[in-house]
Design a protein around this ligand. Sequence first.
Ligand code: F6R
Length: 608
Amino acid sequence: MCGIIAYTGKQQVMPILLDGLKRLEYRGYDSTGISIVSRKKIKTTKAAGKLNVLESKLQSEITGHCGIGHTRWATHGAPTDDNAHPHTDTDNRIAVVHNGIIENVDALKAMLDPKCEFKSQTDSEVIAHLLATHSGDLMTAVRDTLSLIVGTYGLAVIDQQNPDTIIIARNGSPVIIGVGDNEMLAASDMAALSRYTNQVVHLDDGEIAKLTPNGFDVVTMDSTVAHKEAMTLNNTNANYDRGGHPHYLYREIIDQPDTVKQTLSGRLDERFSTARLGGLNLEARDLIGVKRIIILGCGSAYYAGLAGASMIESLARIPVSAEPAAEFRYRNPVIEQDTLYIVVSQSGETFDTLASLREVRRKGGFVLGIVNSVGSTIAREVDGGIYMHAGPEVSVASTKAYTGMLTAFSLLALLLGRTRDVSPQQGNRIISELKELPDKISQVLAIEPEIAKIASKYKHSQSAFYIGRTNGYPIALEGAQKLKEISYIHAEAYPASELKHGPLALVTDQTPCVVILPNDDLLPKTISSMEEIKARGGPVIALTSAEGAPADRIAKLADHVISVPDANELTLPAIMGVALQLLAYHSAVSLGRDVDQPRNLAKSVTVE
Ligand code: F6R
């Protein structure tokens, strides 16, 4: 959500800023801008719209070796040229890019000279004007200004009086330093740095850093020097792209057989019929003491948590619940010693998830993370966890990371199950199922043309419903989420049992209903729900792993059947999830939507 890139060094800065912005565009894409120190003057170019609009506006004669760039997801003020970052002071001496929200912006404005001219409606611009009231050391000016701010920030500042210096700061919104050879970078996200360096330093909240081509210094808000070591990150993803496919989303869907293999790699312990999850930092003795589990996440990560809750509860017989992270933290939750808390996040930076993690730890709870982004804030703050190793996810809609979350939960369910009632034989059967998961996902990918035809038939629907029962309900929720966010077709999920208590009133011959029909004990009941929809004329798309007579019955009732391989409760959510991703993808493509960057959304929601 909003991206920052900054560079100081020997190279021409403009191409580096533009490349960084291209890699950050998925974090926000309603406007972009850059400021460069060029011949001791700050030159700023900004544009509403995507990066190509900025590129067409930029004058190639702006040269320089130090600059900052930003891609925005609007919070304060509409996406216009003026509201785009960087923001400058009245004399154009200082330029600032800011991620986050300033809560006391009115009080800060009141501290400024009334003649001070504001050019935007943003909260961020006030920082540039406050900085301009200071002369002397830029680092001190930034620290003094930040001490006045109530709110969150990830920040980068340049000043024409310090032409090769960048000051960055963090409070609640990530900033990472990239250490190069006589050059230094900073960004809100590793994606923008990985082409230039694998040496990174994560700023912690309350830290401010000064970057010059020769190095960096970090201090805290009370001016204590913070000694920070650079860590080496694996850079194999530096050239991650669409892989020749029309969209990142498509690549990320079809990559899933491989990404699931990566999540499972080295973690299936056939000798002891269990999962090997060293990163949990928990011994069997600790696991056996767990009396309850609470899973926290936002959006699709929350839906993965709901599916994970069913997996763990059914194998380990421990009560497990999943909650939206923000709801949890604001209800002043009771934190218990024998409860295990799990936060789930692709980016590892989602503000509400991070805040819930901090709330639990502040109250003494033990928190595990299921995270994709290595070295992210959540990954660094949890007590232990499981990396998904799904690789970068660029498309805003989560697909392979969602499946990575499910796979990580299935490993955790196996491990916890084996500390309780799951026998070695059952453990081995689960391991075999998990090993078959990549192949079963490939079988779903093979029926893409059939799914594309169904998508095309219903693409003009105003609304669609997804229904599922118990384990099928989280699958329905995520299916509806994918459809609404990328196709903009209104889609809602309901527990199948709830249909007749209200939602059935909405069913007509114009509302396709996707019915999730796992081959489980509840199949006859879910078939009855399907009959209720058919009786009201609703077109039914049945997504099922049923075989034999029940499959025949489903085929007679449904208008369309998407048949997926049969699987157990640990792997079916991922298998069915892929079919629903394809349904959403083809609906969006046939409607001509911007599938990788859907309207109003952004990846990695680092504001509240
Ligand atoms: C939906 C989607 C979002 C994210 C949510 C949490 O496709 O991508 O709902 O799942 O914003 O993001 P992370 O997993 O980064 O915490």
